[in-house]
Ligand binder design. Structure first.
Ligand SMILES: [Ca+2]
Length: 265
């Protein structure tokens, strides 16, 4: 039987049988203290803390497999969900090719709009229709133009009443001139009036001021639309971030320094 009064058992004479000794307590505390120290060091270095259940270690992955995992992670992070704004940007991106620059979902009264950035005098709106679409099915023939200075209160300023119009070819684009005096507006909305669900899709929309040689006020301005199509809407906005895949491969697919420091700690 073990002698709990032995001098080698530090503190044993002063504790009750079955209670932990000083060494046992220190041993029990050592693990959490080391872990907290590592977390403090990682936090000071700007590293995200690892979950409690994870032990930092070297992963025995071969180079190609590791490279595939890192590339897949970067590419997944680069994917941006399509939004009404990212698809609508194609309606004022300066690209005119006879195809659709944006495409709403199927709904009643679909619309597209551009924010000019400030209340400005507007004299003309030029609308380029898509040309790769079956004749007689152009929903934009019933286009309406609504103007607003605040994006909440709209004024119907033009109706096309079913007249067909073209684009870069196959007929002139729709040109709406605000006669008399230019319209003072910040937002220009194009809406296809309909009692049943339809799509709205156009090639490009241009907005001009009253001065001769006025630049296109809508070019690369923030645009939005009423909905997106899961089949035809696409992201037109530039990718916000780039990922150093090429540089990483050039280094031989090794861990970046920050990962090495984290793995060897
Ligand atoms: Ca376009």
């Amino acid at each position: 039987m073990r002698n709990t009064n032995s001098r080698n058992d530090a503190g044993g004479a002063c504790r009750r049988p079955g209670s932990p000794g000083v060494r046992q307590i220190l041993a029990a505390l050592a693990g959490p203290l080391v872990w907290c120290g590592w977390c403090w060091a990682a936090g000071s270095a700007g590293l995200a803390p690892l979950p409690d259940s994870t032990t930092p270690r070297e992963e025995p992955l071969p180079g190609p497999a590791l490279r595939g995992l890192v590339e897949a992670d970067w590419l997944q992070a680069a994917v941006v969900p399509i939004s009404t704004r990212s698809d609508a940007a194609g309606g004022c991106d300066g690209v005119k090719n006879g195809k659709y620059g944006f495409h709403t979902g199927l709904q009643r009264n679909p619309w597209w709009q551009v924010d000019l950035g400030a209340v400005l005098p507007v004299a003309r709106v030029v609308v380029y229709n898509r040309l790769d679409y079956a004749p007689g099915l152009h929903n934009a023939d019933n286009l309406q133009i609504l103007l607003s200075t605040d994006g909440r209160h709209w004024k119907l300023s033009y109706e096309n009443h079913g007249r067909h119009f073209g684009g870069i070819s196959g007929g002139k684009p729709l040109e709406v001139v605000f006669t008399g005096h230019p319209a003072e507006t910040r937002f220009v909305r194009l809406q296809a009036a309909s009692k049943k669900p339809i799509y709205l899709h156009l090639d490009e929309v241009e907005v001009y001021g009253p001065q001769p040689g006025s630049p296109n006020l809508a070019l690369h301005r923030n645009a939005d639309q009423s909905s997106v199509s899961s089949s035809w809407s696409t992201d037109k906005l530039p990718v916000a971030a780039t990922y150093p895949v090429a540089a990483w491969i050039a280094r031989g697919g090794d861990w970046p320094p920050i990962c090495r420091a984290r793995a060897s700690t």
